[in-house]
Unconditional design. Structure first.
Length: 160
């Protein structure tokens, strides 16, 4: 399969559930599920639980789109939701998940996150194709964020 869809995932997380987990388990819960970068980003927000819920929904959507359910423990911190300079959310994969992405032939991971006071929703679309990942720090894979950047890479690859 070249250029096809590997999977689509979606998830909804109740903000109240995240708020209750933070109240009951505090930093232990947050550190188990989120990377230091995600924690730092969300702590700077007025409503931290809402933004954590959005990131958790995005992580789950990526796992569903990769069709990895039932394969053992879920490495939640191996999916990191980051913000690109233009503000769009993007995904970094690490650990065994980056290897799984290579084996699946992942070319792009597109995500969208939306939230209000009570719920956070996320959608992930994973496309097959030539890898459009760039090597990041410490072996972490980073998906380039914008369609025009993907198109530029495609043109450069075909012109080479």
């Amino acid at each position: 399969m070249v250029g096809g869809v590997i999977g689509v995932g979606t998830d909804t997380v109740e903000v109240g559930r995240i708020r209750a987990l933070i109240e009951r388990r505090g930093e232990r819960f947050v550190r188990k599920w989120f990377t230091p970068g995600e924690i730092e980003y969300c702590q700077a927000k007025l409503d931290q639980p809402r933004h954590l819920a959005g990131r958790l929904a995005a992580k789950e959507a990526v796992f569903k789109a990769m069709r990895l359910r039932g394969t053992g423990l879920v490495p939640w911190r191996d999916v990191e939701v980051v913000r690109e300079p233009g503000g769009a959310p993007s995904v970094r994969l690490g650990g065994d998940l980056s290897n799984a992405a290579d084996q699946l032939g992942v070319g792009q991971i597109l995500i969208s996150i939306s939230h209000d006071a009570s719920r956070a929703n996320a959608v992930a679309v994973i496309l097959h194709g030539p890898s459009l990942f760039t090597q990041g720090c410490g072996g972490v894979l980073r998906v380039l964020p914008h369609a025009n950047e993907f198109e530029g890479l495609r043109r450069a690859a075909t012109d080479a």
